[in-house]
Design a protein around this ligand. Structure first.
Ligand code: ATP
Ligand code: MG
Ligand code: MG
Ligand code: MG
Length: 480
């Protein structure tokens, strides 16, 4: 079967032939022109209906959102902006509409707010905007696999149900088969996990990194790409409770190799989209431009969406140490005048997204890689630097997003790692298997985590992370 995209891109082969296409009605103008879309492309196929040749009942039932099978002749189009159209000879209505109910859905052709569209996430796929967003999301995912495949990485699946808390942050959803009305407890009143997941306390993974490291210790270069869960009750436009994370891990890499990898990787994926998602990006670019017009002058983006993507791949990312960044922030007008919600007081402060965005959007006007963070604000597994104060961590910060990637060179020395775990109250016994990687041929190694949705936000120019994942899971929504 031919998709509408196939037809529109390669119509010369079938010009003046009869073909059959399938799709949903986006609009039916003057009882004569159907805009038909099958999801394969942002562009609709114009189907011309010659009234006299059709049963009145069929014409009557060609409503917005109905699904059709259409056979007709491909002809060159006279209309502006389209190459071909289909002169319909036979139309079959596959599924018509419950017209009354349609009125209250987002399929009703008018402008709906993103909030309203979110309430009907199951129907969003039919809209131009979400068609474009999810095609781009698919392209991003595909490009990610392609990049790693071309660079001899192996795709590893790490567990979704796990006993490990990689971040030590306690932001985990427990996994249980307890009868919630009758949770077994011991004499002290504590939950008795021996009666739960085959005798173990388990949770949904917050990161596949620790398991990924063990795989890299045998396979050299690996990456994970899987669902990740964080019970963070943060209602921001950048956080989801369920998101997809990509985590490469590479044996024999140090921090600088890791930063090089992150930069090369991000640029590859963005370039892939520029080359392979032209129509969708042009559509999103226009939408982005329209959206800018509704904002106060000061808040408007300086460049268009496509322009922004082109600029990001063209230049080398700025590489800045945490210490330098803190100096810049401390000396900034914004900090001195109390413009930040969380003013920076001294070296050692954790950076909030307002600070990250200041560095990227105002100060450097470029993506920024920050490295060598204070050890106290980063996880236990990061390599301790010689100064004994910082770790070999790196975050990639993007305009409009803030942190898009977080990574580090890992602590490869068993004694230093154990010391760090003790200081940070990470249970050595629970991670006995992880410590093994430092016992038998430990090597320097490094990796990072990229949140798929944050990259899709960046590429599509959308502003709320709920609008780049088909079914968002947030504290306020787990409806579908
Ligand atoms: P943030 O500071 O934004 O909360 P993080 O430092 O907690 O992020 P990491 O643990 O470093 O996140 O995870 C690696 C990457 O996963 C992040 O750089 C980000 O792209 C993504 N990510 C983290 N938490 C979320 C979330 N709740 N929803 C979507 N993506 C996330
Ligand atoms: Mg976080
Ligand atoms: Mg962070
Ligand atoms: Mg991070």
């Amino acid at each position: 079967k031919q998709t509408i995209k196939d037809l529109l891109t390669d119509y010369k082969k079938v010009l003046h032939h009869d073909i059959t296409v399938y799709g949903w009605v986006r609009a039916f103008r003057s009882n004569r022109f159907i805009a038909l879309n099958d999801g394969s492309t942002i562009n609709n196929l114009q189907v011309v209906v010659d009234f006299e040749n059709f049963d009145e009942n069929i014409i009557k039932n060609i409503n917005t959102a109905a699904s059709l099978k259409v056979t007709g002749e491909v002809v060159e189009s006279q209309g502006a902006g389209q190459t071909v159209e289909l002169i319909a000879k036979k139309i079959t209505i596959l599924g018509d509409n419950f017209t009354e109910e349609l009125q209250s859905t987002i399929l009703q052709p008018k402008k709906h707010s993103l909030e309203k569209l979110r309430e009907q996430a199951h129907l969003r796929f039919r809209t131009n905007l979400f068609g474009a967003v999810f095609r781009v999301r698919s392209a991003v995912s595909f490009a990610i696999h392609q990049y790693f495949n071309q660079n001899q990485f192996f795709y590893i699946n790490t567990p979704i149900v796990t006993g490990a808390d990689a971040e030590g942050a306690g932001e985990m959803f427990g996994v249980t088969n307890f009868d919630l009305n009758n949770i077994p407890r011991n004499e002290e009143g504590e939950i008795d996990y021996t009666q739960d997941f085959f005798g173990r306390k388990t949770n949904l993974t917050v990161s596949g990194q620790l398991e990924g490291e063990t795989a890299a210790m045998g396979l050299g270069r690996i990456y994970t790409f899987g669902p990740t869960f964080r019970a963070e009750n943060s209602n921001t436009t950048r956080h989801l409770a369920e998101f997809w994370m990509i985590e490469p891990e590479v044996a024999f890499n140090n921090l600088e190799d890791n930063i090089d990898l992150a930069e090369d990787f991000l640029k590859y994926v963005i370039n892939y989209c520029l080359e392979n998602c032209k129509d969708d990006l042009e559509f999103l670019d226009k939408r982005f431009e329209e959206e800018q017009k509704t904002k106060p002058e000061k808040e408007r983006a300086k460049e268009g969406l496509i322009e922004k993507l082109q600029n990001v791949v063209a230049k080398r990312f700025k590489r800045v140490s945490y210490t330098e960044a803190i100096d810049i922030l401390l000396n900034s007008k914004e900090n001195k005048k109390g413009k930040f919600a969380y003013p920076i007081e001294a070296w050692g402060a954790d950076l909030q997204s307002e600070h990250e965005r200041f560095l990227v959007e105002k100060h450097f006007e470029s993506p920024v890689v920050l490295f060598d963070y204070p050890k106290d604000i980063k996880a236990f597994y990061m390599k301790l630097n010689e100064d004994n104060k910082t770790v070999a961590a790196m975050d990639v910060l993007f305009p409009g997003i803030g942190e898009i990637i977080g990574g580090s060179e890992r602590e490869a020395r068993l004694d230093v790692l154990k010391q760090k775990m003790e200081e940070m109250h990470v249970d050595e016994h629970e991670l006995w298997w992880y410590l093994d990687t430092r016992k038998f041929g430990s090597v320097p190694h490094a990796g990072f985590g990229l949140g798929l949705e944050r990259l899709v936000l960046f590429v599509t120019g959308m502003t709320n992370i709920r609008d780049v994942i088909p079914f968002p899971r947030t504290p306020k929504s787990a409806e579908f």
